[in-house]
Design a binder for this molecule. Structure first.
Ligand SMILES: [Fe+2]
Ligand SMILES: [Fe+2]
Length: 252
């Protein structure tokens, strides 16, 4: 019986089994499936609700940590990352170097897309997530850091990361849009703010290192306009991104 099933059907069957252990049916969006090399959302078959007597999940995912009704940025760090070790280490590095609050905040938020959303074009995504809530310069710097990471700047001692050689190969060439954006960014008035992110972009990979958001709570308070309704339930142009991070498996 199992052999007669296609790869797709087997994957769907597995998801169905996992879903059966819960009180609700949980599907996967096209984006999740693309990450497994598949196209389209997970097809769980019509009539599944009648067959199982369950409904599709249309709210918070019971497998993920529960979030407060009106979540703050700190709540997203707490409940939607696995510690955000890297960005907290980077912000700590910037704090110890005596950087401005703007720069420290930029370091703290520069990879939040990686930590709680998506890796691909993470600088651009992070900028979109925070734009309504922070100083324009912070948004700009975070958007720019992704491209700047690929280009050395001798004037501040920033070298092309050895890690990128390991990760992508010595002959890797960034995409044209990254090169184009870099050319634009390097002449921008806020270039150095973005460059500072790359300078404090610390990859210690010591995941046992004790990091804490505590030193940054006040900086967040002063520099991040936390919406009263909770991040995601305000009416900002970025609210839906936060809602999706809160409820990534919501049916619609
Ligand atoms: Fe980054
Ligand atoms: Fe980073």
């Amino acid at each position: 019986m199992a052999e007669a099933m296609s790869m797709d059907e087997r994957a769907d069957e597995l998801e169905r089994k996992k879903s059966e252990e819960l009180d609700v049916l949980i599907t996967k969006s096209s984006l999740y499936n693309m990450m497994d090399g598949e196209l389209g959302p997970l097809g769980m078959g019509f009539g599944l609700t009648q067959k199982t007597g369950k409904h599709f999940l249309i709210g918070d995912d019971p497998r993920l940590p529960a979030m407060p009704a009106k979540p703050t940025l700190v709540d997203f760090f707490k409940y939607r990352t696995n510690g955000a070790n890297h960005v907290i280490q980077s912000a700590t590095h910037a704090l110890k170097a005596g950087m401005s609050e703007k720069t420290i905040l930029a370091c703290l938020l520069h990879d939040i897309a990686v930590d709680m959303f998506i890796k691909s074009d993470h600088g651009y995504w992070a900028a979109a997530m925070i734009e309504p809530y922070v100083d324009e310069e912070v948004t700009w710097a975070i958007k720019a850091h992704q491209a700047l990471r690929f280009f050395p700047d001798d004037s501040v001692g920033y070298e092309y990361p050895q890690m990128y050689i390991d990760h992508f190969g010595a002959d890797y060439v960034p995409d044209d849009y990254i090169k184009r954006d870099y050319e634009q960014f390097r002449n921008h008035k806020w270039y150095m703010t973005a460059r500072l992110i790359t300078l404090h972009d610390i990859y210690s990979f010591d995941y046992t290192a004790k990091v804490s958001l505590d030193p940054f709570i006040d900086i967040i308070g002063r520099n991040f306009r936390q919406p009263e309704e909770g991040l995601g339930f305000d009416n900002s142009p970025a609210a839906h991104i936060w809602r999706t991070i809160r409820r990534p498996t919501k049916y619609l």
